[in-house]
Design a protein around this ligand. Structure first.
Ligand SMILES: *[C@@H]1O[C@H](CO)[C@@H](O)[C@H](O)[C@H]1NC(C)=O
Ligand SMILES: *[C@@H]1O[C@H](CO)[C@@H](O)[C@H](O)[C@H]1NC(C)=O
Length: 344
């Protein structure tokens, strides 16, 4: 409720007060502005907000890029980095390092590894996704976004199902998942409405990857096949999300708001790569490069093993793709994504 009230306030002030030369017609004729990218989410999108005592800040994370741990849950570059390249955006600031700066001249990455949607503890080191979106609302209300939000700017909610994975790993009854999925998608919906209230023209959300294909759920089949127990929840999530996004686009069309909502179809991209259609790039598609307790050691002994070449694996650890994995995902996403991003 609090955020909806703020949303109203902010739309009001942006529509009737705060419009400055930024949105004038000269800009349409002038050179295209460097787009700003704003990202909310979890470890699939976090480029270094996560606390220093998490695995992502320990070896072997980061060995491919930048050559040492950087807080990314990967051997190298991840989704946010590839998206930023496709968009032609400057690298978004990290909330951790620039969250207290007076003015931000670029976009910002608010994503935290291990963030969930329905995590409600105010003491959690990982703000939930709604809280992350509210950080940006506060920024905009305080006039801290340099040049305001422009039509080429993009906002993205990247959600990899942390709430579901937590639930499944506690061995709780599968029947309870439906209600959680509905709640999560409701929250995604509200957050997209808030982003539209900030006057973003381009609002993207990821579909949910096939959770049952993650190495943590395929180890029992020796990494041969995806665990189908997780398919129903993934399908439901993606079906509800499609509905929500279609509705938002329809509302934007009817009300002539010129806002585009877009699903970055990570699910389809994962499936395409895992089925290895058209590419034999990966020696290991289902098995991760790092096995064991990646990023952990005890008495100076590593608690994990590494494959010879991370480039030959799609998965880096039990949950996250490698840099090459993300690269292949973004090459599958290709044209529709580029079209959405470069839409006037
Ligand atoms: C998200 O976090 C905020 C701040 O901790 C909390 O007030 C809110 O209830 C949380 N949202 C959900 C859906 O749990
Ligand atoms: C699939 O995952 C469920 C947990 O959701 C687990 O109980 C089951 O044993 C797994 N099946 C296989 C074949 O690994």
């Amino acid at each position: 409720m609090y955020s909806l009230m703020k949303l109203f306030l902010i739309s009001f002030s942006l529509l009737f007060g705060g419009i400055n030369g930024e949105m004038g017609s000269n800009q349409l004729l002038g050179p295209r502005k460097v787009p700003k990218l704003f990202v909310f989410g979890d470890s699939y999108a976090d480029t270094g907000n996560t606390k220093r005592d998490t695995e992502a800040w320990a070896l072997p994370y980061g060995i491919t890029f930048p050559g040492k741990p950087s807080g990314r849950y990967c051997d190298g570059l991840i989704a946010t980095d590839f998206l930023e390249k496709v968009l032609g955006a400057e690298s978004p600031y990290l909330y951790r390092t620039h969250g207290r700066k007076k003015k931000i001249k670029r976009g910002m990455n608010f994503a935290f590894g291990a963030s969930k949607m329905l995590e409600s503890s105010p003491n959690s080191p990982f703000p939930n996704i709604t809280a992350q979106v509210n950080f940006l609302v506060d920024f905009v209300l305080a006039g801290r976004v340099y040049g305001d939000i422009t039509p080429s700017d993009v906002s993205l909610i990247s959600y990899a199902g942390g709430d579901y994975i937590y639930y499944i790993d506690q061995n709780r009854p599968a029947a309870g998942l439906k209600a959680i999925v509905e709640k999560v998608v409701d929250n995604l919906h509200v957050n997209m409405i808030i982003l539209s209230g900030l006057l973003f023209k381009k609002i993207a959300v990821t579909s949910l990857q096939p959770i049952g294909c993650l190495p943590s759920y395929t180890s029992s089949s020796s990494f041969k096949s995806c665990n189908e127990s997780q398919s129903a929840l993934v399908e439901l999530h993606n079906k509800l999300l499609k509905k929500v996004v279609a509705k938002l686009n329809e509302q934007s069309r009817v009300m002539k708001k010129g806002q585009h909502f877009f699903i970055i179809d990570i699910h389809n991209a994962f499936m395409t790569v895992l089925k290895n259609k058209g590419s034999k790039r990966f020696k290991n598609t289902m098995k991760s490069c790092c096995e064991g307790y990646c990023g952990r050691s005890s008495d100076g002994k590593k608690l994990y093993t590494l494959c010879d070449d991370p480039k030959s694996s799609f998965f880096w650890d039990e949950v996250h793709p490698t840099q090459e994995g993300w690269r292949s995902i973004y090459s599958v996403l290709g044209k529709p994504l580029t079209e959405f991003l470069t839409k006037p």
